[in-house]
Design a protein around this ligand. Structure first.
Ligand code: NAD
Length: 353
């Protein structure tokens, strides 16, 4: 096999352990941060207060106003608050929405970010920011928004509701799957993505069977760390493009949309990506990875129909038009006909093969 790749390691420190949240104060001290603004959702304010209590006066403000997809007004308020209190760093506690708000501050101010993730979305490992303005989501890459330190504590995921655990896990699997056929993948990202897919596929049924199984939670979060890492290191393809359009156009829930779409895109792409197909087969220990993934998510109770997630039946035209309007990387050329088949199946929630 001839090798031809570019691999770049990104800076950033990862601390992963059951109970790692208790090391947060030490990690903040290590970075020399003295006036942190803490970002979280209103639902996680209590958790954030509890986790940051040992940091004492290093916490300058708790800002529990993160909302999905980082609306520009929410970002502007958080940036203003960070300036007003003279923050020297952002501490995000929560999922992609909380981490996204910290990134929005970092993008404008250059403040370093410390992240304590509580879902499997993976934003903490990427230099990707996202902002939503009037229903339109813009994303970009900026090394300044990549967290300096990430503290993974599987204990913090024990409260993640089972349904969201499954869909958030499949959201992570989507990063791993698309990294396996990314145009800028490397031998390192391929190894990480395959291991991520293995860990997530093995852990999710265990998490669904017993959400308090700390060992299964640890395996799922480990898979999510790897998935976030390859999301940050490679270029995503058709699946992420479609989910971005669907989320922005119809305000569909993030992780659930990824879950309903991924089997259909994999059924279409994997015949043109033999190495990715082999890696996923190996990781899932099953025949057809697309059908296996559909059944796995379906069996674990995920809603596999975009229609029941809120996509209007006549919305396919809009998505097809947007998906065809801008080029993006994909292992297989995509026609309007292909898109209609994939979206039609995802709309009704039928198994792709
Ligand atoms: P989220 O952050 O919106 O969280 C969903 C809900 O779950 C919230 O109500 C939150 O309070 C709650 N929650 C989170 N963790 C919990 C826990 N352990 N226990 C109980 N409740 C918990 O959802 P998400 O899927 O993590 O993030 C989605 C957002 O992240 C989207 O906006 C997406 O675009 C973005 N994202 C960005 C990147 C990136 O690289 N920039 C990567 C992935 C996702």
């Amino acid at each position: 096999m001839t090798h031809d790749f570019v691999h770049e390691s990104r800076p950033g420190r990862v601390v992963f352990a059951v109970g790692a949240a208790s090391r947060l104060a030490g990690e903040v001290e290590r970075l020399g941060l003295r006036r942190l603004i803490v970002l979280c959702t209103p639902e996680q304010a209590e958790l954030a207060a509890e986790l940051t209590a040992p940091l004492g006066d290093r916490i300058a403000a708790l800002h529990p106003h993160a909302t999905p997809h980082v609306p520009v007004a929410v970002a502007a308020t958080a940036v203003a608050r960070s300036r007003e209190i003279g923050a020297d760093g952002c501490l995000a506690i929560g999922g992609g929405s909380s981490i996204g708000l910290a990134k929005a501050i970092a993008k404008d101010t250059g403040l370093p970010v410390v992240a304590v993730p509580t879902t499997y979305a993976g934003s903490e490992m990427t230099p990707i920011w996202g902002l939503t303005d009037g229903g339109r989501k813009t994303t970009g890459r900026d090394p300044r928004v990549l967290p300096s330190t990430v503290v993974y504590d599987p204990r913090l995921t024990l409260t993640l509701p089972t349904a969201l655990s499954v869909t958030s896990g499949v959201n992570a699997l989507a990063h791993a799957a698309e990294a396996l056929y990314a145009p800028d993948g490397s031998p390192i990202t391929a190894l990480m993505a395959a291991e991520s897919a293995r860990a997530l596929a093995a852990a999710l049924p265990r998490v669904a069977a017993d959400p308090h199984d700390l060992d299964a939670r640890s395996e799922a979060l480990y898979g999510a760390w790897l998935a976030g890492s390859v999301l940050g290191a490679t270029t995503m393809s058709l699946h992420h493009k479609l989910c971005h359009i669907l989320g922005g156009t119809f305000d569909l829930p993030h992780a659930e949309t990824h879950t309903a779409v991924l089997p259909h895109v994999l059924a279409f792409n994997l015949p043109a990506a033999p190495r990715a197909r082999a890696a996923l087969r190996n990781a899932f220990g099953a025949g057809d990875p697309a059908a296996h993934l559909f059944r796995l998510a379906d069996d674990l109770g995920a809603d596999m129909s975009l229609k029941s997630l809120g996509m209007p039946a006549d919305g396919v035209d809009t998505v097809v038009a947007q998906a065809l309007s801008a080029p993006y990387a994909n292992p297989r050329p995509v026609t309007e006909h292909d898109l209609r088949i994939m979206l039609g199946n995802a709309l009704t929630g039928s198994c792709p093969t």
